[in-house]
Design a protein around this ligand. Structure first.
Ligand SMILES: [Zn+2]
Length: 286
């Protein structure tokens, strides 16, 4: 039996975001001055950890702290750097393997916010330097007045199934012999259902039916939200149509079961990836 977690890795942060307080500078200043408040430090290489927990530093003297929310009544912020902070920066994927599920969600949220600020110093409308507002949940352009909000870019990821087999692809950049579900960015002016059909056709040349939504996963590398689907195969012969892919092929249930158990020449995505959950759920429900 395959045991499937109910919440994907990088979701499940346990905090109250208190979004209604972000635009209240006095309240935010009070929380920053509170000795009980803490901040997570997200270096460019990844979050700072203290053993198997995120490092939490006091909030006095921080530059551009971002308000994440409250945990047990204590305010929690995120910063890109903190004076005197000691801890090891660990890449977010590796950090997620070391900390609790809830803390992995918290680090994903903090990382997404800090890296958004790192990449959006200038106004996309007029090119002027922008300033942080609303406790880090907005950037405002002083020249043209444009407001810029943190981005989350939707990506559809789908397991194409046909009776006792599923269609997987192999990206040339992945570890050898790893196969996974097909995926791609949703384009402007497109529904999720249309994106699923278009991506499967562009990558593997096959037609699909109505997609069934399964679950989603924040994927802050740097700003994606993975939206997972199962979708039935309808027509066409599968072949590689996309330059990024090295191979697409059908896998039988027996082949996938062996690969999931590590008893195959083929490898599946790691368990923290929604692609693996889509596969595991298909195996479990078969
Ligand atoms: Zn501007």
């Amino acid at each position: 039996l395959v045991v499937v977690s109910t919440t994907n890795t990088f979701a499940g942060a346990r905090l109250d975001r208190r979004g209604e307080r972000r635009a209240d500078p006095e309240w935010i200043a009070g929380r920053l001055a509170d000795p009980e408040s803490r901040a997570l430090v997200i270096a460019p290489e990844g979050p700072l950890l203290d053993g198997d927990r995120p490092l939490r530093v006091p909030t006095t003297g921080l530059t551009d702290p971002i308000f994440l929310g409250e945990q047990d009544g204590r305010a929690l912020f995120a910063v890109g750097d903190a004076p005197g902070a000691s801890g090891d920066p660990v890449g977010l994927r590796d950090a997620a393997a070391r900390v609790s599920h809830a803390d992995a969600g918290l680090l994903a949220y903090a990382t997404a916010m800090v890296s958004w600020h790192r990449r959006h110093s200038f106004c996309a409308n007029c090119g002027s330097p922008t300033a942080m507002a609303e406790a880090g949940h907005l950037r405002v352009c002083p020249d043209c007045g444009a407001q810029h909000h943190p981005r989350t870019d939707p990506v559809v990821i789908m397991l194409v199934h046909d009776g006792d087999r599923v269609l997987l692809g192999r990206n040339a950049r992945w570890p050898e012999r790893r196969y996974s579900a097909l995926a791609g960015f949703v384009e402007p002016g497109e529904s999720l259902e249309e994106a699923v059909a278009r991506e499967v056709c562009e990558e593997a040349g096959v037609g699909v039916g109505e997609p069934l939504y399964r679950s989603s996963q924040p994927w802050p590398f740097p700003a994606s939200l993975m939206l997972g689907f199962h979708v039935p195969y309808v027509s066409g012969e599968a072949y590689v149509r996309d330059a990024e892919l090295e191979d697409v092929r059908w896998f039988t249930r027996a082949e996938l079961t062996a690969a999931a158990a590590g008893q195959s020449e083929f490898h599946l995505p790691p368990r923290e990836a929604i692609a693996r959950r889509l596969i595991d759920e298909w195996l479990e429900e078969g």
